[in-house]
Design a protein around this ligand. Structure first.
Ligand SMILES: Cc1cc2nc3c(=O)[nH]c(=O)nc-3n(C[C@H](O)[C@H](O)[C@H](O)COP(=O)(O)O)c2cc1C
Length: 193
């Protein structure tokens, strides 16, 4: 089994989402599993300089900036396609995702790679049969409350890629009662087999 772990907190030292994702990884990983790790805080690019409505600049017209963007996009798509289990750790930033996770989704959404259009114009996700664990942390925002735009957005994007098996481990509202939030998240991890 290939486990793909993606961390997105802008904080490396002392990050709760990273620590919980590591705990989850240790819980589910079997000795024969391979782990591919990606830290979105180390390397990310924003989609920019496009010349058409989508991500389709002919190779001959690509600038150095485009080449770098497509190179990273190709890498991210491949990592996703090759994975069986995906762990995404993410804090809520200003009621949504960190900018790096939004940028990741823009680079990962590639037609004929992670989604496609049917002849009738409907969309279908191409990343079927993958299990995703979302490790979500927040200070004061309650997960799935009306000010949480991260969770519904991320689930929607993953569904768009064809991913339906999504489990959430939440350490939300840590600013209110840190110990309680962590304890509940750890209990959720312990229940995963
Ligand atoms: C830029 C920024 C924006 C934040 N916005 C929110 C927010 O909208 N709601 C919230 O509950 N917490 C917010 N927080 C707090 C983080 O979600 C919280 O500290 C999180 O658990 C940090 O995760 P980490 O320990 O993995 O870095 C924000 C933190 C930062 C740095």
């Amino acid at each position: 089994m290939k486990i793909y772990q993606i961390d997105s907190s802008a904080r490396k030292k002392g990050s709760t989402s990273r620590a919980l994702a590591k705990k989850l990884l240790d819980k589910i990983k079997k000795p024969e599993d391979e782990v591919v790790y990606r830290d979105l805080d180390d390397e990310m690019l924003f989609v920019s300089g496009l010349t058409e409505s989508g991500m389709k600049i002919p190779e001959s017209e690509r600038t150095e900036q485009h080449k770098k963007m497509f190179e990273l996009s190709d890498k991210l798509v491949l990592e996703l396609k090759e994975s069986d289990v995906i762990i995404i750790s993410v804090p809520i930033y200003n009621f949504g995702p960190p900018a790096t996770l939004k940028a990741w989704s823009d680079l990962a959404a590639r037609v004929k790679e992670t989604f496609k259009y049917n002849e009738d114009g409907s969309r279908v996700g191409l990343l079927q049969d993958k299990q995703v664990y979302l490790v979500i942390t927040s200070g004061g925002t309650k997960i799935n409350s009306k000010e949480d735009f991260l969770t519904p957005w991320l689930i929607h994007v993953l569904n768009f890629f064809g991913i339906k098996k999504i489990d959430i481990i939440a350490a939300d509202q840590m600013a209110l009662d840190y110990e309680k939030s962590i304890k509940e998240a750890e209990e959720q991890i312990n229940k995963i087999s």
